[in-house]
Design a binder for this molecule. Sequence first.
Ligand code: NOJ
Ligand code: CA
Length: 510
Amino acid sequence: MTDQPWWRCAAFYQIYVRSFQDSNGDGIGDLEGIRSRLPYLQALGVDALWLTPFYPSPQVDHGYDVADYTDVDPLFGTLTDFDELVADAHERGIKVTIDIVPNHTSDQHPWFRNAIADASHPDRKRYMFRPGRNGGPPNGWTSAFGGPAWTLDERTGEYYLHFFTREQPDLDWHHASVQESFDEILRFWLDRGVDGFRIDVAHALFKDQDLPEMVEPTPRRPFGDWLSALMQPELHPLYRRWRRIADEYSGDRMYVSEITVENQDTIASYVASDQLHLSFDFTLLHEQWDAAKMRVTIDRVLTTLGVAGAPATWVFENHDVTRLPTRYGGGELGRRRARAVALLLFGLPGAAFAYQGQELGLEEIDVPDDKREDPIFHRTGGARKGRDGCRVPLPWTTEPPTFGFSAGEPWLPMPEDLGLLSVEEQERDPDSTLSLFRSALRLRPRHDRFAWRDSPRGTMIFDRGDLTCLVNVDASELELPDGELLLASEPGITTTLPPNTAAWVRKGTT
Ligand code: NOJ
Ligand code: CA
């Protein structure tokens, strides 16, 4: 270990609370379920958890529609359950970070209910109500989930803005009461001992008040660089203010932001030492299995964030994208590539995020249309399948039909063969993806040293101090350098790496 703040090199594990572990048989994962699985998380070797939203919510966007920022939805437990989870995690040396959703509330939040019930209510100013234009919405902005970003408030003839579903009205961050309320919300959770926050759509909070048109690229890109009316300069003083709040507390409390843009200079401008600590790089979420492209991305991130003095924050999977083995071709090929990525992810310097089930090598699951829950599927009339396929509950045991997830019916169907990838199955196999993750998390370097080595086309090789990480993406066999083979992504590797594999070699000894 080094004496740098913990978050600079932490391995985070993202828990999609609905799908991790159900404790009471209602088919939905909950806080008590997470607490019961802390021994698993400790054995896995992660430093920190990120919990997706568990606040009271109508669950239109599965918790990203918050009706009360300072409580727990009875679906997931109670504040006491939360406190116990934090205390137990801390006892096991695991930090707990939570999702904060400041861009929008639920339409069932008391602020929005007040705003709709009475146009003169002070809470109305917390939202983006604007007059229409030429008999339609104020402008042509579109929702990230399909359709217009404005909905008519019939009683007043004004429209309100929602960059996601109409049940997720955007807050007006130019209004002081919004800023003040969130100061209190952050303190509420910091007082309860959370170690940090993942900030949902952190680049979107302020909108250009002139509401300029933006042209949505077709097809819609996964990156939001074109959203010029977002990313307003007011974000910087806001995040300085948030940083000061975190710094009032001991223990290096931190923020990691979801800024879905490609431009690393934009991202770097938010991770200054007096603003946010970390920001995801999402390029690798959408990049193909291509050594040259991945190397350029890694370079770009390390260089740009390095200048800002911030560590990189690597992520290959989360609850919004198709599972990695499926993205990389599926089947045996996808599986091998996803395993090689484990050594890349945990070999790179900086913070690393893994999404629940990534350690099991889970593939995207083809959820039948009539069981799909994601508002993206429903708002686009099925044109976009949405994100349910990566949100299917985790298989813990080999026992069908719910594989230890729940005593009831899971909120999304679990395929019959899911037990083959269960924790129980993989725990007894030293060559399983789970075993590989455990080893990688135990052996991963935690310092900043990083240097590329020249390497044949189709490969990536870099040194991390005395450890060399080699990834053979699609070259012919790659010879391993002298040294001790610490870890390989497939069994049977000794002197050369076949394509779609990776290895860590320690210099000096043989
Ligand atoms: C990003 C979250 O990751 C996603 O799941 C959610 O639907 C949107 N933000 C809206 O909050
Ligand atoms: Ca439950």
